[in-house]
Design a protein around this ligand. Sequence first.
Ligand code: ATP
Length: 740
Amino acid sequence: MSVRVVARIRPLLKSELEKDQIVTSHHHHGSDGAPTVIKIPNPKNLAEEFSFQFNSVYEQSATQQEIYEAEVAPTVKHLFLGYDVTIFAYGSTGTGKTHTMRGGKSLADRGMIPRLLSSIYRKSRAIEKSSEGDTTVAVSMSYYEIYNDRVFDLFEAPEKRTATGLPIREAEGGKTVVVGLTEVPCRSLKDFEALYDKANANRSTGATKLNSHSSRSHAILCVKLTITSPTETRVSTASAIDLAGSEDNRRTGNGKDRMVESASINKSLFVLAQCVEAISKKHQRIPYRESKMTRILSLGQNNGFTVMILNLAPVKSYHLDTLSSLNFANRTKRIEVREVENEPIFKGPSRPVTGAALTGATTQRQPLRPLNNGVNVNLTATREASTKNEKPAKAFAVYSDRSKPTNHQKSSPLKRTADNSFLGSGRPSKISRPTPSFIRRGPEPSTLTKASIETLVEQKVSEILAAHTLNAPDPAPAKNVSEEVQRRLDSIEKRLEGQDGERAEGLSYLFMAKQHQARGEDGSALKMYELARPYFPDNEKLQSKIERLKEKLARTRAESEAMPPEKPSSSRTHGKECRHENDGDDESFHDDGEESAYHDSDEDGPSHRARPRKQRQQQRRKARASSPDPLAQRGLAGGDTDVEAEAQPGTGTGTGTLTPRTQHLLDVINTRDVSRIKTLSGLGAKRAEGIVEYLNLAAEAECDTDGTVGNVVLRSWADLTRLRGVGKKTLETMREGVVV
Ligand SMILES: Nc1ncnc2c1ncn2[C@@H]1O[C@H](COP(=O)(O)OP(=O)(O)OP(=O)(O)O)[C@@H](O)[C@H]1O
């Protein structure tokens, strides 16, 4: 699979001023072809410029037609040869993703999607005509959005949605399918346009500070082509994705809901970036399973073509967002720092970039602050930072990096030649490749203190997470890691290995939270912990961590109103005392009761210390075992008595005797085997899947503090009546259909 990354700078909007433009396009050194380089000032030192190279760069004047012809049209022939094609639009809110993908109504404004469909229909007609009808091309499509990591069918009205969204399942051949997704045959461009317009009205949007009608979901249009000739049938899919805005929460003035959305968006974009990088670097394993979007697309699993269009706004009010996007798209490419003149405007790492310096006068944005939680960047140090051996003024950092950098490298001049080929053909230069700081910057074993062990452990956790995300073998362990550190790391690694699916998702939220917190970004950390919460519903520590963080944030807010802000980070890099201040941080959510790899056990609150984890778990299990009705006991289905069931004659209720029919139903359903459950009278495959999903969710909700998924077993007629999507009538039909 190849991936091509191109950048598109949108024109100035009416409200934007020419003088505020900061993003410029350039030819590569010595090239006189189309521009392939984007330049943007360093927000911390406007005298410096960063350069980013792409397969192509489209300037403000570029038309939809030009981009389509150069980037998308060439993939159509591959589609008809049976290859899959994926087109993404990536960028922050308001940079032109929807314009690029969907476009306007006029012929000239039509975006990539209608143009692609137009080409597909045209080519289909041509094939059918030239084969005199022997070969037929059927086009069908599905359109869904991934909103807060849930999949919703955009061909269905929003009121028909279930809160959990549509389930996804592994299908034959390792593909992932969305269960219950509408697939609509679509014979003509006209049909398509009507369907597409209607479906777009169902999209989840929300007002952020940056855009009053911002797309808060990833919208994925899948066009399936089935080409049937007398000798063979070929199926291929074109997926066109209008990604949700990648803006940073702090600058969009997002409220709680928007925050949760953004955290989900950021997570899936993070995984997408990993996939793009892995594909570009021709890694054998692509971490496509780590997010729903990449999983459903099976990104990198076929021999298809991927085009990523990076949408950029040209003005300085988007400065940090633009840098973040550029870095996202440039994971595999060199990032160069070119010093225009040696007069830094801002000195030192801790000085915030002021809103005045970066915010366009014409837009209503919050003041920009330096970002420390970008997912994909490691900018090289400025000259000043390196000469003084200070921590470089990083605009972004991938992972927590508490120890002092020891080895700043200055980037070299841009050497790479421009190319228009698909990415992955060349390796990025070693000089400018981000160095895994967690390996290079660790302290020597002889100087290992508790604090430095903590740091190393955290760094390694980040590394493991990254490796886990990449599904690739872990990078070589840090040299000179002491035995104690290694022992702890092994234990973390073991725990991570055993995680999969939803739970891994919960864990990755925890890790992200941890990383945010390590960088002192408590607000984002809190959101991540809150996102992790549903995955660890019984975890008291997580809950109390959330509470403590909330209190801390409230305290900080109150303090900052009362006094000038403290210098960041100086105290947080050292020792446990600081960790106590840091809200008694611990990471034992997935601890198995042994020594935590993340902290020393005395960090636990008094209540935890008084009653060890294992004891608490055992008590909980005992309580459950004595419960006659696990679902009622756990309050999962809302009811806590069997009143309704008791009114059912002959069905057997509670712990009382069960009729053979009810027992049979229970036995079959408790197998959680869709193929068996669907054989019950009155149930089809869809309902059977719904039942299994419900039971799995209930089991997930039962997830204990040690991560053991609870075993939810239905024991009575009353339990059956609580199954989601199974009404009384259906239950009766099921019961009557049992042959005893
Ligand atoms: N190439 C372009 N030519 C003319 N106008 C453009 C272009 N690109 C974007 N715009 C305009 O910029 C504004 C923002 O664009 P758009 O809504 O497509 O952004 P977006 O990235 O999809 O935002 P969001 O993520 O919030 O959905 C719109 O008014 C759109 O018409």
